[in-house]
Design a protein around this ligand. Structure first.
Ligand SMILES: [Zn+2]
Length: 157
């Protein structure tokens, strides 16, 4: 949260999800609800600005459009579209991957933002911008409350 002060950056509220892209969101309270819904219910929640109506996925604490505090939650479903994507042929260690990994920015209907995640169950040459995809969650008992509770996205059948 932007109003908190930390001397030790490791104590900042952050999203511990690790992917090869190695990104960290510092969303504090908004992130907690987001991950709790993923973990407990296998649902993806956005945060809605009650002033201008914009929905953010992942959630934000403050609206980027009108600076109002964002305090409504909205289940955005598990289906999104591929906004953009890239295909990794080499791992972090520099070794060629046996199977290329597809990373996509997934956007949800009528929302701002998007989730970066793996795209699976499709040949990389078949991926298209705008194609509908759906989140595949880990079994509930294996979820730990981070972005990897979603195993991957796959093409919608
Ligand atoms: Zn707003």
């Amino acid at each position: 949260m932007a109003t908190e002060k930390f001397l030790d950056p490791r104590k900042m509220a952050h999203w511990p999800g690790h992917m090869e892209t190695d990104y960290i969101y510092t969303l504090g309270i908004a992130g907690e609800k987001f991950f709790l819904e993923m973990k407990e219910n296998g649902r993806i929640f956005g945060a809605k600005c009650s002033s201008c109506g914009v929905v953010f996925v992942p959630p934000r604490l403050y609206c980027e459009k009108c600076f109002h505090k964002v305090n409504e939650w909205l289940n955005v479903g598990t289906q999104g579209i591929v906004h953009t994507f890239t295909v990794a042929h080499v791992g972090l260690d520099g070794a060629k991957l046996k199977d290329p990994t597809i990373y996509a920015l997934i956007k949800f209907d009528n929302t701002e933002g998007g989730l970066i995640h793996k795209l699976s169950n499709i040949d990389p040459s078949k991926v298209e911008i705008g194609m509908p995809v759906v989140a595949v969650f880990k079994p509930q008992t294996e979820r730990t409350g981070n972005i990897n509770d979603i195993k991957y996205f796959k093409p919608q059948e």
